[in-house]
Design a protein around this ligand. Structure first.
Ligand SMILES: Cc1ncc(COP(=O)(O)O)c(C=O)c1O
Length: 366
């Protein structure tokens, strides 16, 4: 019998269904998947190849190295437009150009560096501009953008195909910053009428047509996260994390479970010891809110999650036995619920999935 260990199943058909949902929701805007951090931990190569097969042509990563790896994974037969959010940092020009990557320039300094590189390179290089409309993270400030638009010689050599910004509060539908950012973005993009415009992440797509422009950039929603940090029935679970029970034991009333002796049994329990812990991506803070799915029911986590193990309550459940698989995340245990119980967000759960679990991809590879 093969040794049992945790298994992460990535359902590429569910991914494709979510991509179709975003296309419908974006009503004509292009849907450009965000596949940074190794496709939110699910495998940028596998995820991107399938999304290409579903019609995706523009992709977004954060780092230069992620862009290079994605270019290699997609190969010459899938000539995707791969955008790099970090932009053009000093000296990265030759590598960006060698892998035909599109840096999103995000400061006057980057514009200067890439324009100089582009002129020396001999042909106009595609790039995007990131405008900061209120997040105070990356991006040219509106006045810096106006100064650039007023001095086109500073842009010589650049083929600016995309103007983008990023919403700070899209997951809070009612937040007043959403409308303020949308207004600032509309003004800013008008300075570059020939470039396409992109404002929205997953949640932004659900804020309505004012937020769509020509291209939207969903990440977490493609991978199963609800747009507003809560499960959404329209979005299919893509990742399923399961782990085997190693042992089942009785815990007497008054005994404690796990590090810190934080959980004290107020009655006799049957407890199952599951072979997964925070090294596998289970939030360390899962207890006391966290649950797992086993034998047709949600069952509470008992005590602190440790690196390799967690303990669950299987009192009265005959199916609990060594070797039986427990679902820690998946169709029966939505990503957003797991995140909430762990005091975090779906993005962090996905990107925190460990490398130890066996990985299985379901559905056509693309
Ligand atoms: C600039 C930018 N655009 C789009 C996204 C996708 O966001 P989400 O995963 O919330 O859809 C991100 C992710 O953090 C991002 O940094």
């Amino acid at each position: 019998m093969p040794a049992q260990r945790a298994r992460l199943t990535v359902d590429l058909d569910a991914l494709a269904a979510n991509y179709a949902l975003f296309r419908a929701q974006a009503a004509g805007a292009e849907v450009g998947p965000v596949v940074k951090a190794d496709g939110y931990g699910l495998g940028a190569a596998e995820v991107s190849r399938r999304l290409w097969a579903e019609g995706a042509r523009s992709f977004f990563v954060a780092r230069l190295e992620e862009g290079e790896a994605l270019r290699a994974a997609l190969g010459p037969e899938r000539p995707a437009a791969i955008h790099v959010f970090d932009g053009a940092t000093g000296g990265s020009g030759p590598r960006l150009a060698a892998s035909t990557l599109i840096p999103i320039l995000n400061s006057p300094g980057q514009v200067e560096v890439y324009s100089t590189f582009s002129r020396a390179h001999g042909s106009a290089l595609p790039c995007g501009l990131h405008i900061d409309t209120g997040m105070n993270r990356l991006g040219l400030r509106p006045e810096e953008l106006e100064a650039l638009a007023a001095a086109p010689d500073r842009l010589t050599g650049l083929d600016i195909g995309l103007v983008m910004s990023h919403l700070a509060c899209a997951d809070h539908e009612e937040h007043p910053l959403n409308a303020r950012q949308a207004g600032r973005f509309r003004k800013a993009r008008a300075l570059f009428p020939n470039a396409r415009a992109s404002l929205s992440n997953s949640a932004g797509v659900f804020l309505g047509a004012d937020f769509h422009h020509e291209l939207v950039r969903p990440g977490v929603g493609l991978y199963g996260g609800g747009p507003f940090n809560r499960p959404d029935k329209r979005i299919a679970a893509v990742a399923r994390l399961e782990a085997p029970i190693l042992d089942v034991r009785a815990v007497a009333a008054g005994e404690t479970v796990g590090y810190g002796a934080d959980f004290e049994a107020d009655r006799p329990y049957r407890a199952a010891i599951v072979a997964a812990g925070y090294a596998d991506g289970v939030p360390r803070a899962a207890w006391p809110e966290g649950k797992v799915w086993f034998a047709g029911a949600l069952r509470p986590v008992l005590g602190r999650v440790s690196m390799d193990l967690l303990v669950i309550d299987v009192t009265g459940c005959d199916a609990a036995a060594p070797g039986a698989m427990v679902e820690l995340l998946g169709p029966n245990l939505p990503l957003d619920d797991v995140a909430k119980a762990g005091g975090t967000i779906a993005h962090a759960i996905l990107t925190g999935l460990g490398r130890r679990a066996e990985r299985v991809y379901l559905g056509a590879a693309g």
